[in-house]
Design a protein around this ligand. Structure first.
Ligand SMILES: Cc1ncc(C[n+]2csc(CCOP(=O)(O)OP(=O)(O)O)c2C)c(N)n1
Ligand SMILES: [Mg+2]
Length: 625
């Protein structure tokens, strides 16, 4: 019945449903019930209740990333609202159009009449990490404020938005006709994330095309913007048509299939020497939706050649010159601009240069050599499992079409990226624009809810697992068939590895206890098992799938292993760290590791030799640089 006057709570919930929001992520609070209780009345709308607000925010983000449909997080005020901040910040860094809503105080603090220290403008805290934020002033104001917020979230480079809703509005009565009809709220389709399809200026495209045609060793560098713009097909077309090799950033993971012959394999520095040689030797880089963060060495020396001509395609003009200074900035939507560029380069029958074949084989050989070296290392017999083997076993599973993977941790995602390269579009998720670990479990929940017909696997470090362990209860309650694989090396290993190299194994705060995560998961009612031999992961996975419900595999690995690519990452991210490396301490640390030390040293030295010392053999042979 569409009665003339409805409650504020119902009005707000109806507006959300009528905007095509089908999932609201929240945490139980009786103050929210006027909104939440009526929301599920609208069509297929669902309220997903998490065990903490920070996790609820990350779930909404995961849902949007995988589903490419809008979703909201809604929490109570004060601490509940502010718990959203880490999740909203991460969505901001990764440019996810997340709708963040919270209750807030009704008015200004009443001086002298019971001033509450919580009575500050909590919305201001959201200011720095949203594309738009405002406090709703009245129920009449809400439909417009919501529409505005959603438009802003989808504008420009996209990003989160925040609305504060005064609690008092929920109990007020309002004319239903001031908002959308009940019918509309029930029947409207779920709102898709539609990127702004802004075409690039033709002159900018022509300039870029001329640079591509003149290139000696061109390279495409694909970032998260390719996902944001759904430009995976267009990226493939550009690469294939002219035979240009493709590297991806960490955010661009999976934007180009890692098993394609033109792909450098794993994303960014996880591709090791293949990536480092490519970015030292390339003379032209076509960057697509890539912001060149520290994970990518900022696009600058020492990792990148300073002779590169950059073509930079981006929807946000502020990206130009932030790190690299593009010779040809191309302002526009990635998908649209890639089509334009492909047409322009290929006009008058141009098909790429014959000499590019040599460049392609050079990189392809590096990729092959690296892959076999990594596999050999992981397959060696170690006292405890090698993390590479852990990731290799999981990687074999990810090749299945029905499996999605979320990665979380320090070295764990690095190993996963190295050994389980993403083959499918939106199959692997590494959602760490802010490098905030611990989001794995809630991300996996969001991704799973967006893809009920798929299985989701989370590969997580043990340290990261502990950040949101409470959400195992949510997984169990919703009976989601998520498989969690814990890389249990009893360490914050990314940090521990630094301490190892710099301070001769003087570890501070990075050794974690030998926790039995299988028992913890069993306590939450999950199928679980501890695997002490990483070679048995695939069988454990089969048993987990056969259990039919959520499951966890607690795989024991050895913290003395360090991914080689951590070295180049540290060179840039922790600038100067390795400058302070004391060779004696490093040597002592290797010696103290006994059998692992010698293999590690040999592996590292191959990496250093290939990635950094023979950086430009073509130039030495008379190349252009
Ligand atoms: C929220 C947050 N806190 C701290 C850090 C710093 N940090 C980066 S990696 C890491 C260790 C992660 O340990 P684990 O999840 O076990 O992964 P591992 O490196 O052992 O594979 C820490 C603490 C961070 N990135 N994010
Ligand atoms: Mg660990």
């Amino acid at each position: 019945m569409n009665s003339a006057v409805i409650s504020g709570g119902e009005f707000i919930s109806r507006c959300l449903a009528a905007q095509g929001i089908r999932f609201v992520f929240s945490v139980d609070s009786e103050r929210l019930s006027p909104i939440l209780d009526s929301f599920e009345d609208y069509g297929a709308s669902r309220v997903i209740k998490a065990r903490n607000e920070s996790a609820a925010t990350v779930m909404a983000d995961g849902y949007i990333r995988r589903g490419r449909r809008l979703a909201a997080v809604l929490t109570d005020d004060n601490g509940s609202a502010l718990s959203q901040i880490s999740g909203v910040t991460n969505a901001w860094a990764d440019k996810i159009p997340l709708l963040s809503l919270s209750l807030c105080a009704d008015g200004e603090p009443d001086y002298g009449k019971g001033f509450d220290r919580y009575g500050f403008d909590q919305g201001e805290v959201f200011q720095a990490v949203t594309q738009y934020r405002r406090k709703v002033t009245s129920l009449e104001d809400f439909p417009g404020a919501l529409a505005d917020a959603i438009n802003y979230s989808l504008s420009d480079k996209m990003g989160p938005v925040h609305l504060d809703i005064p609690f008092g509005l929920l109990g007020q009565k309002v004319e239903a006709s001031l908002g959308p009809s009940e019918e509309e709220a029930r029947t409207v389709e779920e709102r898709r994330v539609e990127p702004v399809r802004m075409a690039a200026d033709e002159e900018a495209i022509e300039r870029a095309a001329a640079i591509v045609r003149g290139a000696e060793r061109p390279l495409i560098f694909a970032g998260g913007g390719v996902h944001a713009s759904d430009a995976q097909e267009e990226l493939r077309e550009l690469a294939k048509r002219f035979g240009i090799p493709v590297a991806t950033s960490m955010a661009g993971i999976g934007s180009f299939p890692a098993d394609h012959e033109l792909s450098l394999g794993p994303p960014s520095y996880a591709a090791g020497e293949t990536f480092h040689v490519a970015i030292k030797e390339a003379d032209v880089v076509i960057a697509v939706g890539a912001s060149f963060s520290g994970l990518e060495g900022f696009g600058l020396p020492p990792l990148w050649s300073d002779a590169i001509k950059f073509i930079q395609i981006d929807i946000a003009p502020l990206q130009f010159g932030l790190n690299v200074k593009p010779d040809a900035p191309v302002l526009g939507d990635a998908r649209t601009a890639l089509r334009q560029l492909t047409d322009a380069v290929g006009s008058s029958g141009y098909e790429g240069k014959a000499e590019w074949g040599e460049w392609r084989s050079h990189l392809a050989k590096l990729k092959r050599d690296r892959a076999s070296r990594l596999v050999k290392l992981a397959m060696r017999r170690w006292h405890k499992g090698h993390q590479g083997r852990f990731a290799l076993e999981l990687g074999g599973l990810v090749k299945r079409d029905d499996l999605l993977m979320v990665i979380d941790g320090g070295n764990t995602p690095l190993y996963a990226a190295m050994y389980a390269p993403a083959v499918g579009t939106r199959q692997v998720f590494f959602p760490y624009g802010m490098a905030a670990l611990g989001g794995g479990i809630p991300y996996a929940i969001g991704v799973q809810l967006a893809s009920p017909d798929k299985h989701v696997m989370l590969a997580t470090g043990d340290g990261s697992f502990m950040y949101n362990v409470q959400e195992l209860e949510t997984i169990k309650r919703l009976d989601l068939p998520i498989l969690i694989a814990v890389n249990n090396d009893s360490a914050w290993n990314m940090i521990k590895a630094m301490q190892d190299m710099l301070y001769a194994r003087n570890f501070v705060g990075t050794c974690l206890p030998d926790v039995d995560y299988a028992k913890i998961a069993a306590g939450f009612g999950l199928h679980s098992e501890r695997v002490t031999d990483v070679a048995e992961i695939a069988q454990a996975y089969e048993r987990a799938v056969a259990s039919g419900g959520p499951a966890l595999i607690d795989a024991i690995t050895d913290s003395s292993n360090v991914p080689d690519s951590l070295l180049s990452f540290s060179l840039v991210e922790f600038e100067g760290t390795f400058g302070g490396l004391d060779p004696m301490k490093f040597a002592r640390s290797l010696w103290m590791m006994r059998d692992a030390g010698i293999h590690r040293m040999m592996h590292m030295s191959t990496y250093i030799r290939k990635a950094f010392l023979r950086v430009n053999p073509l130039a030495r042979l008379g190349g252009t640089r």
